[in-house]
Write a protein that binds this ligand. Structure first.
Ligand SMILES: *Cc1c(COP(=O)(O)O)cnc(C)c1O
Length: 386
């Protein structure tokens, strides 16, 4: 346990390792990915020109709910853009139709480790004078056109929460090459609070339990308990912006050392599913956008029939088969008062209703993979027989 919970602060090593990997010079650590997102958005509000009234952010209509809470906490109104169910990336026609007069920022999603069409988003953002934030919470080590996800746009966001590629149960990071943005964030860090003693003790306890007693199933836990591993499936308005606890830093450092292997292992499992489902009826695979190298944090697929999907989720939860965010952001009543424009998002709403995700973590055994593939492949037949 000594090495797991060393009292040394490895924050600077974490920043160096991520910086090297994404080829960006600066990083700031936070208690969560949503705290990192809220901070970078708040800084953009603060650093815009004195007479610049822009206060809107474009968010893809299917992503982690906490992206919306971070934006609202930073004072933004939200303009939703539909997604393309084929790739899960932005629907570019929808994007080009949006009224961008008051848009200051936009975020990518890169869900399940599938890169969005980041070169197209970056071009759109620069043409319209919008700050792109590349949300790599689920896509650390994914690449598109050879460039790491998280390194597109003005700043990237990483999460070290449960169920992400690199985890210390919680944690988040902003990465950027923009020195003025970085300086602003680091100045703000000085006024942030640390996790209080009760919070620290809770963290310590969780880490001890996970690592000392449950290590082999650590990844199974978030996968099996609903979907807690990839951000909340309930909307929470509150975003606490606190410093990253140094006590957790050795966990992240250790995994960053093995990060490429962790990602390669998930990718191999994802590609196994993908090959196995080639030509199988009743389901639709997600197609990566051109130039993308996904890391398959989970393996997403769309089940064509609603009832069949519910039966699969109901009966095969033990294999780690689970749903994802149950609603598109356009259906989330809690954020309705902050939405602007006419959010018409049939693609995102379709995905929310049809998506199933399969586990790719290190403790999925070959036997589990075969059972999962069988369960999904037999869906069509089960549907016909009742
Ligand atoms: C997990 C996640 C976040 C937020 O990260 P937390 O560390 O859970 O706050 C943001 N965006 C996406 C896409 C995520 O999956």
């Amino acid at each position: 346990m000594g090495s797991v919970l060393s009292s040394r602060d490895h924050s600077e090593s974490i920043k160096r390792m991520v910086a090297r990997d994404l080829q960006l010079p600066y990083g700031s650590l936070y208690i969560t990915g949503r705290a990192a997102m809220a901070s970078v958005l708040e800084s953009m509000m603060h650093l815009r020109g004195h007479d610049d009234p822009r206060n809107e952010i474009i968010i893809p209509a299917y992503t982690c709910y906490s992206v919306a809470s971070s934006a609202i906490n930073a004072g933004f109104n939200i303009r939703l853009c539909d997604i393309d169910p084929v790739t899960l990336s932005y629907d570019l026609d929808c994007l080009h139709r949006l009224d961008t007069d008051r848009v200051l920022a936009m975020v990518s999603a890169n869900l399940y480790g599938f890169p969005n069409d980041l070169p197209a988003l970056e071009q759109f953002a620069s043409e319209h004078g919008i700050h792109l934030i590349d949300d790599a919470a689920q896509a650390l080590y994914a690449r598109i056109n050879g460039r790491g996800v998280g390194s597109y746009g003005r700043a990237g966001i990483l999460s070290f929460d449960k169920g992400k590629n690199v985890t210390s149960l919680q944690g988040g990071m902003v990465v950027t090459e923009d020195e003025s943005l970085y300086r602003y964030l680091e100045n703000q860090q000085d006024s942030l609070s640390d996790l209080n003693l009760t919070g620290k003790l809770k963290e310590l306890f969780k880490v001890l339990v996970y690592y000392a007693f449950l290590h082999p199933v650590m990844y199974q836990i978030p996968a099996n308990i609903s979907f807690s591993g990839l951000g909340e499936t309930i909307y929470e308005e509150e975003v606490a912006v606190l410093r990253y606890p140094p006590m957790l830093s050795s966990l992240v450092k250790d995994q960053l050392n093995r990060g490429r292997d962790i990602a390669a292992n998930r990718t191999a499992i994802g590609q196994y599913y993908d090959r196995s489902f080639d030509g199988i009826g009743g389901i639709t695979r997600i197609i990566p956008v051109s130039g993308a190298e996904p890391v398959y944090l989970r393996y997403p697929l769309l089940v064509d029939d609603k009832q069949t999907r519910l039966r699969l989720l109901d009966q095969k939860r033990a294999l780690g088969i689970s749903a994802s965010y149950p609603k598109a952001l356009s259906q989330l009543t809690e954020i309705r008062h902050k939405l602007v424009g006419q959010p018409d998002c049939p693609g995102a709403e379709w995905v929310a209703q049809q998506i199933v995700t399969l586990p790719t973590h290190a403790y999925v055994r070959q036997q589990d993979m075969s059972e999962i593939v069988d369960s999904v492949s037999n869906l069509g037949r089960a549907g016909v027989n009742g």
